[in-house]
Ligand binder design. Structure first.
Ligand code: HC1
Ligand code: SF4
Length: 573
């Protein structure tokens, strides 16, 4: 351990701790901008400058290690002035159209300008107007807002292990962009949106689909059906000032009804349906010598990653469409028929914690008879903006239910939103399908938690089923490389494109670097997910009576001809 003083307060921390972390432990706030815990620690923005007694230059606290007896000062005139000058320089060539910026009031640069008391900018920076890159179906890149902090670069390169964006040119001409002047839509970006989550400003954002949803709602010829994903209900409240991990399912249903949707269904129903099909597919593959390991295919960022970087595993992907796509296909067939509505007049809208879902919804593989299963995808953040625009007082809304029958779901569906959840849900059902008995202990703790890679062996009847779970494409690489090298041998693998799974997908409320130093949204939101599961009376997908009804009336059985037509697909390189 090392002892030092920071602003006269004695602190004892482990060796190799940075001054920034040590200060945090002493409850001393040092401003940061390019720093993002566990992701980017490069000391580039010089916002966290501190004075170390005996040293001449100010030091960047985020990279400066503590040493025995060190005396650090975090707040004096010299430090405040240096930070202000640095911030003014950044602001001098930043597009400061805050009023119309998507990050207005949720921008770390804006907060910092307020915190440091910037009232004038003493420099005339060169403002080169650069084109906005709208080439991706999921992501918009606005270089005019970029402050070169490199948090997105570190996320894409080091966490997701993709590395399609980086710094080009030098000095004032530096830009963060794909190589060779390419657009983001032309490189193997997987649309995970983790770069958006890392961006402190409005330089990276989702492609906005809110106006298209308003237009559909205003069109009297359209029957507009909405379905929110499992992870939306444990994060949406944050956009309205509620604590991280608040469950807002009832308010969510009520808000969607107030907005004027014609039917309010739930992707969780689609998740139960997916488990029926996916557990059956797994059993079929295991017992009949099909391609193993089977790998989940509900995360579109992961599917695109697989297509670009591991095409040899495409046949391992489950043929199941993702839950919201399955529900979309059922709405445009079974539901349309029952209601006597021409499916061409149905608009299916998904509310997702994910920006890759925007890309997924447009895929040819996810359509039936020329109609896309899902027409429009908005993120949790876009929904929050629409709720605000509609003048709905979200925190005060009384709880309401989703519409039957596609609004009914089990705890197994709820946990889809956390890494390991799809695996756990599938195991609950596969166990009972295989053994015909009752699974008493439904909690599979080994596949829970935020470890990037998790493994378990589950005894089902007389079989040892070997499973693995990865979240984040960087961790997917680890598992796939081990399988390829013959070092690991699994029956079933769950991969989610985003670290932590959908709860921290690229469309969720953005958590600032400051909050991330204290709270891990992967943990807090997952806790909420598991509480939803625990509180539900039914916790296995095959027990959902509305799912049984769908099979009785329409699909017949998992893997039937009709199921294959509507609910399955195949990805080819
Ligand atoms: Fe997900 Fe899924 S869990 S992919 O993580 O399989 O986005 O929440 O909606 O479709 O159900 C996301 C979440 C989501 C699908 C489900
Ligand atoms: Fe990289 Fe994902 Fe951002 Fe694409 S969306 S640039 S893959 S972090």
């Amino acid at each position: 351990m090392v002892s030092l003083t920071i602003d006269g307060i004695k602190v004892t921390v482990p060796e190799n701790t940075t001054v920034l972390e040590a200060a945090r432990q002493a409850n001393i706030h040092i401003p940061t901008l390019c720093y993002l815990k566990g992701v980017n620690q490069i000391g580039a923005c010089r916002m966290c400058l501190v004075e170390v007694k005996g040293g001449r230059a100010l030091q960047a606290a985020c990279v400066y290690p503590v040493s025995e007896g060190m005396e650090v000062y975090t707040n004096n005139a010299r430090i405040r002035n240096a930070r202000k000058v640095n911030l003014e320089l950044i602001l001098s060539n930043h597009d400061r159209a805050c009023l119309t910026c998507v990050r207005n009031q949720n921008c770390e640069l804006q907060s910092l300008a307020e915190e440091l008391g910037i009232r004038e900018i003493g420099f005339d920076g060169v403002q080169i107007e650069r084109p906005i890159d709208t080439s991706s179906p999921s992501i918009v890149r606005d270089p005019n807002k970029c402050i070169l902090c490199r948090r997105c670069v570190a996320t894409c390169q080091n966490i997701q292990k993709i590395g399609v964006i980086g710094a080009t040119n030098r000095g004032f001409n530096t830009i963060i962009e794909p190589v060779f002047d390419m657009k983001i839509g032309d490189v193997p970006c997987v649309n995970c949106g983790q770069c958006i989550m890392a961006c402190p400003v409005g330089a990276l954002r989702e492609k906005d689909s809110t106006q298209k949803v308003w237009d559909a709602l205003a069109d009297p010829t359209k029957h507009v059906v909405v379905q929110p994903a499992p992870a939306v209900r444990v994060a949406l409240g944050e956009e309205f000032g509620m604590p991280m991990g608040t469950v807002v399912t009832g308010k969510l249903a009520a808000a969607l009804r107030k907005m004027g949707f014609d039917a309010i269904f739930d992707t969780n129903y689609g998740a139960d349906l997916t488990i029926m099909e996916e557990a059956s597919e797994l059993i079929e593959r295991v017992t009949k010598g099909g391609k193993l390991p089977m790998i989940t295919s509900c995360s579109p960022g992961w599917v695109k990653f697989c297509e670009h970087f591991y095409p040899e595993f495409l046949d391992n992907l489950s043929t199941c469409k993702s839950p919201h796509e399955m529900l979309g296909a059922i709405i445009k067939s079974y539901y349309a028929q029952k209601q006597g509505i021409d499916p061409k007049n149905i608009v299916t809208v998904s509310v997702m914690p994910c920006v890759a879902k925007k890309f997924e919804a447009g895929r040819d593989e996810l359509s039936v008879n020329g109609l896309q299963d899902v027409d429009l995808v908005i993120t949790t953040r876009e929904l929050a903006r629409m709720i605000k625009e509609a003048g709905i007082n979200f925190p005060e809304l009384p709880d309401e239910d989703f519409d039957p029958i596609f609004g009914d779901s089990t705890g197994a569906a709820a946990i889809f939103g956390a890494t390991g959840g799809v695996m756990e849900a599938a195991l609950r059902t596969a166990y009972e399908f295989i053994t015909g008995g009752t699974l008493e202990k439904v909690d599979f703790e080994d596949v829970r938690g935020i470890a990037g890679v998790k493994e378990a062996t589950v005894k089902i009847g007389d079989m040892d089923v070997k499973v693995a779970v990865a979240s984040g494409t960087g961790n997917a690489r680890k598992i796939l490389d081990a399988v390829k090298a013959g070092e690991k041998d699994y029956h079933f693998i769950e991969v989610m494109g985003c670290p932590g799974g959908c709860v921290t997908g690229g469309g969720q409320p953005i958590v600032s670097a400051k909050v991330r130093m204290e709270k891990d949204p992967r943990v807090e939101r997952a806790k909420a997910i598991y509480s939803v599961d625990k509180d539900l009376p039914l916790r296995k997908s095959h027990e959902n009576p509305s799912i049984k009804k769908l099979y009785d009336e329409y699909l017949e059985k998992p893997g039937s001809h009709r199921s294959h037509e509507l609910l399955h697909t195949h990805y080819v390189p």
